[in-house]
Design a protein around this ligand. Structure first.
Ligand code: NDP
Ligand code: 2IT
Length: 445
């Protein structure tokens, strides 16, 4: 079986050269599937894996737009429908200068298994652009979003493909994208995008869901070992949507969060992060971490070294892929880290993950740990379909249930396949089996 999986991986590398992130994400999944294929020969016979590693469809398009000085810019847009066996393609849009086909494909591939783990009816997709929103005015962001949607609108829809936010795409961008979709289609199709503002179709708690869910997943892993977050020291990388609400939930559960970051550096705040201030700096002013320190002089800004040098019991990488490498993992382990839960997608390198597992540190992979965001997106679709809006308590209760179920399924699956405590294996196998069964049932398409 190992030979078969190795052959699939080699084929992926050959057909998709120069796509290191995509190859990494595929390798990470294939690496854990041998035991399940031994039990389910039908998945091999039906060519499930060969079909899973090839996206069902990929759109790449030009996005021209005009800046405030009248200068014309051209960016590249992407939308990849990876697999729709379980439901319409579902996944975010990322606007960041580093975006390329490899990054969108790694994210789309991961999304298949993550969405499967939520047990909601959503397939896997992803999109975005190499557009850099930093420093752009609202009017520039609006024109970019309108141009992006003008090329994308024919390919999405509530039963086809439902984009949402990711890095660089939040409520503001979803609003502009939705407005243009509505204008172009002459339809008020609320379920075509998620992450909408709550006064016109958004779900309460969608903003908080990914960060909250990541901490809930960490808490479930700890509870299984008879531990909890109370008084634990936490370091969170990033200071965007996921990071802010991971900090908030960790604090609600009694933890002591001492650091966060952005691409300009990290902030150490021994007294405990002031979330209200961080939200003001990041969500309202759209500022940098240095602006937090200006308003809170006892905190310190570090533009050299790594945030993972700070000793902590719980590390929550919530910024971007491959941000926590082998060296950082060694430092964290030497400093006694007990739990790592991935709020971001694939933030830990494979070597780092191996070290955490060997050190018996609880490790929650992003597919499981950050699934609360997309799960709440699916709840938003559910509310849109029934023209309801649930109170925050109902949305939160559902999120708590979904995260607990994901944790339990990952833990049980890992134990069933002989590796209790291996959440990477549990998440990959549980996510894979559900989608693989759907693929087999639906024939060769
Ligand atoms: P935001 O754009 O809100 O925040 C991203 C944060 O990460 C910022 O602080 C940003 O700093 C930092 N960051 C991004 N790219 C880099 C980089 N290349 N180097 C250093 N720092 C970087 O995005 P989100 O919080 O939504 O997303 C964070 C992660 O969580 C991503 O991996 C995303 O895929 C994942 N995720 C998001 C979900 C969601 O619902 N939003 C759901 C599940 C996962 P700066 O501003 O300086 O760039
Ligand atoms: O990575 C992710 O799961 C997201 N960016 C959220 C996707 C969504 O459709 O809510």
């Amino acid at each position: 079986m190992q030979d078969y999986l190795e052959r699939i991986y080699q084929d992926v590398c050959q057909v998709n050269p120069a796509e290191p992130e995509f190859q990494q994400a595929v390798h990470e999944v294939l690496d854990t599937l041998s035991p399940v294929l031994k039990r389910h020969r039908e998945f091999v016979d039906a060519g499930v894996l060969e079909r899973l590693v090839e996206p069902e469809r990929q759109y790449i398009f030009r996005v021209p737009w005009v800046d405030d000085d009248g200068k014309i810019h051209v960016n590249r847009g992407y939308r990849i429908g990876f697999n729709s066996a379980l439901g319409p393609y579902k996944g975010g849009l990322r606007f960041h200068p580093s975006v390329n086909i490899s990054i969108i494909k790694f994210l789309g591939f991961e999304q298949i298994f993550k969405n499967s783990l939520t047990r909601q009816r959503i397939g896997g997709g992803k999109g975005g652009s190499n557009f850099n929103p930093q420093g752009r005015s609202d009017a520039e962001i609006m024109r970019f979003c309108q141009s992006f949607m003008t090329s994308l609108y024919q390919h999405i829809g509530e039963y086809t493909d439902v984009p949402a936010g990711d890095i660089g795409v939040g409520g503001r961008e979803i609003g502009y994208l939705f407005g243009q979709y509505r204008r172009l289609t002459n339809r008020y199709e609320a379920g075509v995008l998620t992450g909408k503002a709550v006064n016109w179709g958004g779900s309460l708690l969608r903003t908080e869901a990914t960060g909250y869910g990541t901490v809930l997943f960490a808490a479930s892993m700890m509870a299984k070992r008879g531990s909890d977050l109370e008084d634990k020291r936490v370091v969170v990388s990033g200071s965007g949507n996921v990071a802010i609400y991971a900090i908030e939930k960790a604090q609600q559960l009694g933890a002591h969060v001492v650091a966060f970051s952005d691409s300009s550096g990290y902030v150490f705040d021994e007294a405990g992060v002031d979330v209200a201030l961080l939200r003001q700096v990041k969500e309202v002013q759209r500022g940098r971490v240095a602006d937090y320190v200006k308003a809170r002089p006892q905190a310190t800004l570090h533009t050299k070294g790594s945030i993972w040098d700070i000793p902590c019991a719980i590390a929550l990488p919530c910024a971007t892929q491959n941000e926590l490498d082998e060296a950082a993992a060694r430092t964290l382990i030497a400093n006694g880290v007990e739990v790592v839960a991935e709020g971001a997608n694939m933030p830990c390198t494979p070597a780092a993950v191996e070290l955490f597992q060997a050190a018996n540190c609880l490790f929650g992979p992003g597919k499981a740990a950050n699934a609360g965001g997309v799960a709440t997106s699916a709840l938003e679709m559910e509310q849109n379909a029934s023209r309801e809006q649930w109170p925050a308590e109902k949305a939160e209760a559902k999120l708590v249930r979904i995260m607990a179920d994901i944790h339990e399924e990952c833990a049980e699956t890992a134990a069933e396949y002989g590796e209790p405590g291996n959440y990477v294996m549990g998440a990959n196998i549980a996510g894979f089996v559900r989608v693989a069964n759907a693929i087999v049932d639906q024939g060769i398409i």
